[in-house]
Design a protein. Structure first.
Length: 156
């Protein structure tokens, strides 16, 4: 019975080139702004990468065509290695830590500031306070990523 179910899994039979595994491994260990390549959770940049960084990584591994890069990113998304949204406003950010996104959206939706403004979000004035890092355990949300969260919430 389990064997029959496994045969229906969408990506199980696809053979990946070694270069695709190399990109997957690099993404799982990346931190583009830290001297270390291992994600340690302390850096504000360990939770996502920009499209250009992904493209460069693919080029370095010999994955040159945009079509192959897009196919790979779709597989990585389906496998849960990254979160990626094809929508134009969200296209540039590849999320490496899904909890980073979930926490940001919950912080925004459940914020005192949103409640006091009767559900109206004014990103420029509210998000710096809502998404600020209050404890060591909190994720860091760079201001240039605020638009990503607003676009994502509009998509949902």
């Amino acid at each position: 019975m389990l064997e029959d179910e496994l045969k229906t899994v969408k990506h199980l039979e696809i053979k990946w080139p070694i270069s695709w595994f190399n990109v997957k491994s690099r993404l799982e260990e990346i931190c583009p702004s830290c001297p270390s390549t291992k994600v340690n959770g302390d850096c504000e940049h360990c939770n996502f990468i920009e499209y250009k960084q992904y493209e460069t990584m693919c080029d370095e591994e010999g994955i040159k065509s945009e079509s192959a890069q897009n196919t790979l990113v779709d597989f990585l998304h389906d496998l849960g290695v990254i979160l990626h949204f094809r929508d134009i406003p969200l296209l540039n950010t590849y999320v490496l830590e899904p909890q980073w996104v979930t926490n940001a959206v919950y912080k925004i939706v459940n914020s005192r500031e949103i409640a006091e403004s009767k559900g109206i979000l004014k990103p420029d004035s509210m998000l710096p306070e809502i998404l600020k890092k209050n404890t060591e355990a909190d994720f860091c949300y760079p201001p240039y990523q605020y638009g990503f969260f607003v676009s994502l919430m509009k998509k949902i």
